[in-house]
Design a protein around this ligand. Structure first.
Ligand code: AMP
Length: 394
């Protein structure tokens, strides 16, 4: 599958609809990590330099068709203006949207309010999505898909809209795909994947598909307790998805049959409550007390994970090893991040959360081979799935 790039067309002086991924973490209305906005700047600047007017479409969170004020893109418009140095006009989706868009002058930017306020954006009904896309298409002559974090979604502004207008991938999407292609075609071995984060259900598909492709999978985070449960261990009050235990048992069996090294923690940092101030205790992973929960991998496990990572020549990492937001439970994630910076090969950190975690823990982006803006999207790419947003640009 080869995607059409901006360099394949002449976009000088065009009116452009640009789909970005500006889905940044916010705390009390304040952006805590603007990585995705920064990553979008390259394409924005390129279009401005070419005298284009730009209408940006983006989403924030999952408002599910409701106008949730805490998910407004207004703070993002302000940050984008600051970072780009160009005024960002903000607009709702209103009947006069196309007219406003058409009246933009060259080098002007307009950001449309959270596209997911429109139920049609994420609708399962193709006709609904096409109706919204048709309205949006009136705003411009050209579509540029640069929201990598959303390319795995068959959404109106990602898929249908790209089909309605001449469409091209922006620089960010091109870079992301190039990196992921390297991981999927002949990665230098050993190839290790480190997975963490909250839920197994989000990642069980990727683990299953990756078993045929990798040499090593290390698992931490909240999802590891379903693995420990599958191995018959008591996991106390830790996060668990009991309905997935049979599937995880199958995975463990397949990994063994395929000779893939599946690395699990040997010790766990537990606490009584899911709270930054709950006292941490280190226990063996077979001795998690009934009244406590695991909130990080233990120091021995972190060292093991680091050694395994450093023995690899290609590493992809998605998902924190523990509740890194609480300093008492951030050590596992920190040690894994540090190990990645010491790999003499290709390292990719995948996903908004993981990227935010490494930055919050004080690691510079430049320490890693590549930091992907898309968690779900990069995982689905590695799984070998077709991503609607890329299909539409191919
Ligand atoms: P995800 O979006 O699936 O990558 O999950 C990221 C979240 O998982 C982070 O906010 C972490 O705080 C959380 N997390 C990591 N480890 C644990 C754990 N042991 N228990 C509960 N939550 C966790």
């Amino acid at each position: 599958m080869s995607i059409r790039k901006l360099s394949d067309t002449s976009f000088q002086n065009k009116k452009v609809l640009l789909r970005c991924d500006l889905n940044v973490p916010l705390k009390n209305g304040v952006i805590t990590d603007d990585g995705r906005i920064v990553a979008s700047l390259s394409t924005i600047r390129k279009l401005l330099d070419a005298n284009c007017s730009i209408v940006i479409i983006a989403h924030l969170g999952r408002p599910k068709g409701e106008r949730k004020p805490e998910l407004s893109l207004r703070p993002i418009a302000a940050r984008l203006q600051e970072l780009s140095g160009v005024e960002v006009i903000f607009s709702d989706i209103a009947p006069d949207l196309a007219e406003k868009a058409r009246n933009l002058k060259p080098k002007q930017i307009m950001l449309i309010e959270n596209i997911r306020y429109e139920a049609a954006e994420t609708s399962k009904d193709d006709t609904e999505r096409m109706k919204l896309a048709t309205e949006l298409a009136k705003c411009a002559d050209l579509y540029v898909g640069d929201g990598f974090g959303a390319v795995h979604r068959k959404h109106a502004s990602v898929y249908e809209l790209a089909k309605l207008l001449p469409s091209f991938a922006g620089d960010l999407v091109v870079n992301e795909v190039e990196v992921l292609q390297k991981l999927t075609t002949n990665p230098t071995r050993p190839y290790g994947v480190i997975l963490g984060g909250a839920k197994v259900s989000d990642k069980i598909g990727v683990i299953s598909n990756l078993l045929n492709k990798v040499d090593l999978i290390a698992i931490g985070g909240g999802m590891v307790f379903t693995f420990l449960a599958a191995k018959g261990m008591k996991i106390g009050k830790s996060l668990v998805e009991n309905d997935l235990v049979p599937e995880v048992k199958q995975l463990l069996k397949r990994a063994e049959e395929l000779g893939v090294k599946l690395v699990l923690p040997v010790d766990i940092v537990v606490a009584h409550e899911f709270d930054a101030n709950s006292a941490p205790t280190i226990v063996d992973c077979s001795e998690i007390p009934d009244d406590q929960m695991g909130l990080d991998i233990g120091p021995k496990s972190a060292r093991n994970f680091a050694d395994e990572i450093k023995s690899c020549k290609t590493v992809f990492w998605n998902g924190p090893m523990g509740v890194f937001e609480f300093s008492n439970f951030s050590n596992g994630t920190k040690v894994v991040a540090q190990a990645l910076t010491e790999v003499s090969g290709m390292t990719v950190v995948g996903g908004g959360d993981s990227a935010a975690a490494v930055r919050q823990l004080g690691f510079a982006d430049s320490k890693f081979g590549y930091i992907s803006t898309g968690g779900g999207a990069s995982l689905e790419y590695l799984e070998g799935k077709e991503l609607p947003g890329l299909v539409a640009l191919s």
